[in-house]
Write a protein that binds this ligand. Structure first.
Ligand SMILES: [Zn+2]
Ligand SMILES: [Zn+2]
Length: 329
């Protein structure tokens, strides 16, 4: 800087602020409007040679005090506070697309229109992820609650026109039988209605194919019963090149409460003691073996691992990756 430039700058610095204001009041650019949307809701990872794409259907407020049982409200609130949360807790609605290389399988389908504006975004996110609904060969449902089955329907027709739907016969027998609706608690009524309406076009087309108990559905995917949340609630175990992922549906609804305190159950569990037992069994198994977890209601993308600690368990979200290299064959 030259001597004259330095003295000019010094003179400027010594000017009173009022003297500067005419110089600096250059009109600003118009303020950019806030956008207030997220990136498309898909997240991808490789599991061995199998490609897993988490798809977001939406987020939904969970009224903790009304739906979580087996824990007092003060204890529930204290656990939420450890995660800087308070009721109602916004929970994700996740589904998972599995591309084995030979088959394209969608595990759960989101809520479709059944949760209003909170859900129904799965189809847009599927397309954003580079797939079309016509490419889906099979849909594996963990259970027939409407936030898992609702997305298979599009205004009374098949949203996935080339897909066959697989689900435990224990769940299809239970939720598709109007006699069970008559004896179930009233708040489950919409679940029966949602399951029947969503599956109707597939039933009519002969594309609902229930299975019985533990079943190897594909070389890479095994259905394993995990009853309690619903009679036929099913875990889908995906294996490729020595890696294992459990798409475990509704084993966890509120991570901040149920990892440290797995005994917390849900009003919507068909059998709360069984649901608790399954959760405790799966937590122990997944932590011991280092399995990947794909969870329906843990914060999107709902992919991660679990660890045992001195206060129960905790969730380790997947480390973000852009690397999509399949394991060596
Ligand atoms: Zn459920
Ligand atoms: Zn659910």
């Amino acid at each position: 800087m030259t001597r004259s430039a330095r003295s000019a700058l010094l003179a400027l610095a010594l000017l009173p602020a009022t003297a500067l204001s005419p110089i600096l009041s250059i009109p600003a650019e118009a303020a950019a409007p806030q956008v207030r949307t997220q990136a498309p809701g898909f997240y991808r990872m490789m599991l061995g040679r199998t490609e897993i794409t988490a798809l977001l259907d939406g987020t939904h407020p969970f009224p903790i005090h009304e739906v979580v049982n087996g824990i007092g409200t003060a204890s529930a609130d204290a656990l939420l506070e450890r995660s800087s949360l308070a009721p109602p807790v916004e929970g994700s609605i996740n589904a998972f697309l599995v591309n084995t290389g030979d088959r394209l399988v969608l595990i759960d389908s989101g809520a479709g229109v059944l949760y209003g504006a909170d859900g129904g975004h799965l189809m847009a996110n599927l397309r954003a992820a580079g797939y079309a609904p016509e490419q889906v060969d099979e849909i594996y449902l963990t259970h027939l609650h409407r936030d898992h089955v609702g997305g298979v329907d599009r205004s009374g027709s098949m949203a996935f026109p080339n897909a066959v739907i697989r689900v435990s016969r224990r769940d299809s027998d239970y939720w598709l039988d109007p006699a069970n609706k008559a004896t179930a608690p009233g708040f489950l009524g919409p679940m029966f209605d949602g399951a029947a309406a969503s599956l109707k076009p597939y039933v009519a087309a002969g594309r609902l194919a229930p299975f019985d108990g533990e079943t190897q559905l594909l070389p890479e995917i095994r259905a394993i019963p995990g009853p309690g949340h619903t009679p036929g609630h099913t875990i889908y175990q995906v294996r490729s090149d020595g890696q294992t992922l459990l798409a475990w549906g509704d084993i966890v609804h509120v991570a901040a409460i149920q990892f440290p305190y797995p005994a917390a159950t849900l009003k919507y569990d068909s059998d709360e003691p069984d649901a608790r037992r399954e959760r405790e069994r799966l937590f122990a198994e997944a932590a011991r073996n280092g399995y990947w977890i794909a969870a329906a209601h843990i914060s999107f993308p709902g992919l991660g691992h679990i660890r045992r600690d001195d206060q129960g368990y905790h969730w380790l979200p997947a480390n973000y990756t852009t690397v999509m290299v399949p394991a060596a064959p």
